[in-house]
Each structure stands twice: as C-alpha cells, then as structure tokens.
Design a protein around this ligand. Structure first.
Ligand code: PLP
Length: 392
C-alpha cells in the first residue's frame, strides 16, 4: 500500500515511543521507573473536572461555535495573558486549539511556505522540526554554548538569519533542557529580531512552572514590535495537569489567528466545547493548585539535579523551569560501551529498568532527558538504579 511521502518522511514521536515501551514492560510485570513522561503525574484539579461535568450536564456538548473557540474561553485567555504575562490581546486575537501541539502545527501551516526557513534552537521539542517539514519549510538548527545551557546568544541567532527566515521558535522554559531565558537574555534576542520581517513563535506552555521565584516573561511583552511579530502559545496541559483534555490556545496578530481559525474550521472543528469550559475555569479560578504543583516540581527537580551532578561522567544544567533535567552523559559512553544516547537509553531500560529519552530526539546526542514528573520516592529509586548501573 502506498503511503504519502510526507508521512513516510515523518519521524515518530520519540517521547511517546519511550513511554510506550516502558508501559509495555510494566504491563509485563517488570518494575520500571519511567523518567520518560512529558506530563504531570498530578491529577487534574477537581474544580476543573467539575466544570467540565457541569458543562456536559447543561448540554454544552455540541460543536464549538465558532470553531476558533467559545467566547468565554477566549475571554479567560485574554484575562490570563493580561494578568500573568503583561500582554493585552482582544478576543479576536485568540484561538482555542485542540491541544498545544495542534496550535504549533497550525501556526506553521499558517505562516510557512515551501522553501521558507525556520530557526529552531537546539535542543528542541521533538515535534518542531517534523511540523516545519510538514509545512514544506526547512528547519535551521542553532545552539548556544553548553556552559550557558545551550541558550542562544544574540550573535548566534543573528548568524542563522537569512532572507528566507520566516519563523523563529523560542521555548522558555525549555523542553527538554528545563532552563529559562532571563529578561535580559530575551531582551537581547529581541534586539536581533524585532526589526526583521519574520515571525516569532513563543511556546510558553511551561510558563507557570518556573522556580526560585522567577517571573515568567513573555517575548511578546518586551516591546510593541515584539508584540506584533509574535504568536504566543500555551495550553492547559502542563500548568493544570490536563494533557488528556487536548485544549490549548494561541494569541497573536489578527490575520494569523484568522488563518489558523480557517484551518481549524476545516480540520478539527476546534477543541471539545466542554473542555473549553474547563480551560476557562482553570484559567480564572484560584491559582493556588498551580503553585503547589510548581513547588513540588521544584523540590524534585533540585533533588534530581543534585544527584545527577554527583554522578561520574555526568554534567547537568540546573533546571529553572518545566519538569526536565537534560544531563550530558557522554562522559560515561566509553565506560559503559555505548556510541550515543539511543544506545545509552536502550541499555539503561533493558539492564536497569529505567526509562529515559535519548537526547538525539531533541537534537543533542550526548544527552538524555529525565522528567521529574514522578514521586520523590520513585525519583530516588530510579536515580539509585542509574547510579548503580553507571558505577558497576
Ligand atoms: N510545546 C512544548 C514545548 C511541549 O513540551 C509540549 C508537550 O510536550 C507541547 C508544546 C504540546 O502540548 P500539548 O500536550 O498541549 O499538545
């Protein structure tokens, strides 16, 4: 049977693949510690569930009208962006999407033509390059120095820009590196980008999961120019432990939001109506649940970072956001007899029953990604196993 070339060329999501393999081992009765998960281990808070149940019971079970999102959800997003991100959008600059991933996909479909270039900082979230290719565009990878957790310097960014650059991706906090750009660093990148004829996709899906009392700062909030060149993307998924609900949102210039809405009306017809009600509740209700999940992530993240940093041959940037550590483990490769991160992860899973995601999936083969979205007890057991495996 003939499969279309663009799908043949598409890589499978490595993060989902690792979770699936670990899940199968668990189903076979093997005691696996999974550091692969890209989702909170917390349950969706009850008040959010109750809002969806009430919406279903009151008959909000029909098509989203309009497909770009119901008015109350768009208003809740405007209020959130004003309150937490210092961004003043009007509802016609908002689209509610069927998950953050669909939002990223639709931005790329809306702004990219074949031959356009997309600047993707390494390490990157696995789906960016594949989505750029699906739009016919060419991913251009750039990375800052490892000593600065690969964050882009203005000069590295500037040297990657050509006449064909149409879109630049910024992800802070980062999946997979768990680091954040501070306001000064973002400002310096803005000085490179704001006078150019290109768009910026600022993926802020982890914006509320930042540690040590940092403020989240949105790229679009830096100046009027950055505001008009940016699509700000977010979702319920990570902040409210709503990954299975498939509800996200994007905010940006009206024309781009209109283009995305047209695409959405011809594809998903929008996010499930009652899930949009749940998102609106999540965004407008008391945010203390978010703070308590964040504090728990911070404790686990620091514990993981401390322990990884003490292991021989392992170098790890301190996570300042999201729920990932992204250590460089290449100093162990010779000792354990592996060539790269895929072999490292595969041996670790088979020999020590610990699942991690190989860094090659994020563009850096010397690293692995460990999620700290699991209990402190499991986290310590998993790290005990890694330590024993590395020092055997
Ligand atoms: N952007 C980043 C950086 C992510 O890490 C993820 C999920 O892992 C997404 C977008 C997509 O999130 P969602 O589950 O809402 O589709």
């Amino acid at each position: 049977m003939k499969i279309a070339k663009r799908i043949q060329d598409l890589a499978e999501s490595a993060t989902l693949a690792v979770s699936a393999k670990a899940a199968k081992m668990k189903a076979d009765g093997i005691d696996v510690i999974g550091f692969g998960a890209g989702e909170p281990d917390f349950d969706t808070p009850d008040h959010i569930k109750q809002a969806a149940i009430a919406a279903i019971q009151s008959g909000q079970t029909k098509y989203s009208k309009p497909a770009s999102g119901i008015a109350s959800a768009k208003q809740a997003v405007c209020d959130k962006l004003a309150r937490e991100n210092n961004l003043n959008y009007s509802p016609n600059q908002i689209i509610i999407t069927a998950g953050g991933k669909m939002g990223v996909y639709m931005v790329m479909q809306a702004v990219l033509d074949p031959g356009d270039e997309v600047i993707i900082p390494k390490p990157y979230w696995v789906s960016y390059p594949e989505m750029a290719k699906l739009a016919g565009a060419k991913p251009i990878f750039v990375a800052g120095p490892e000593e600065n957790a690969y964050k882009l310097s203005p000069s590295t960014l500037a040297s990657a820009i050509t006449d064909r650059t149409r879109l630049v991706l910024l992800t802070s906090p980062s999946n997979p590196s768990g680091v954040t750009y501070d306001p000064g660093e973002l400002q310096a990148l803005a000085e490179v980008l704001e006078n150019r004829d290109l768009m910026v996709l600022s993926d802020e899906i982890y914006d509320q999961l930042v540690y040590d009392g940092q403020e989240s700062i949105s790229y679009a909030s830096i100046s009027d120019k950055t505001f008009s060149q940016t699509i700000t993307l977010n979702a319920g998924s990570k902040t409210y432990a709503m990954t299975g609900w498939r509800v996200g949102y994007a905010a940006g210039p009206t024309e781009i939001i209109k283009a995305m809405s047209k695409l959405q009306s011809q594809t998903t017809s929008g996010a499930a109506t009652f899930n949009q009600v749940a998102l609106a509740t999540a965004l407008t209700a008391d945010q203390s649940v978010v703070r308590s999940m964040r504090d728990e992530f911070q404790d686990r993240g620091y514990q993981m970072w401390k322990r990884l940093s003490a292991m021989p041959g392992v170098r790890c940037p301190k996570p300042t956001g999201a729920f990932y550590c992204f250590p460089n483990v290449s100093g162990t490769f010779q000792k354990i007899g592996v060539q790269g991160s895929a072999e490292f992860a595969s041996n670790l899973l088979e020999q020590a029953n610990v699942a991690v995601v190989p860094g090659v999936a994020f563009g850096l083969d010397e690293h692995i990604r460990l999620s700290f979205a699991l209990s402190m007890a499991q986290l310590n057991t998993g790290l005990d196993r890694i330590e024993a495996w590395l020092t055997q």
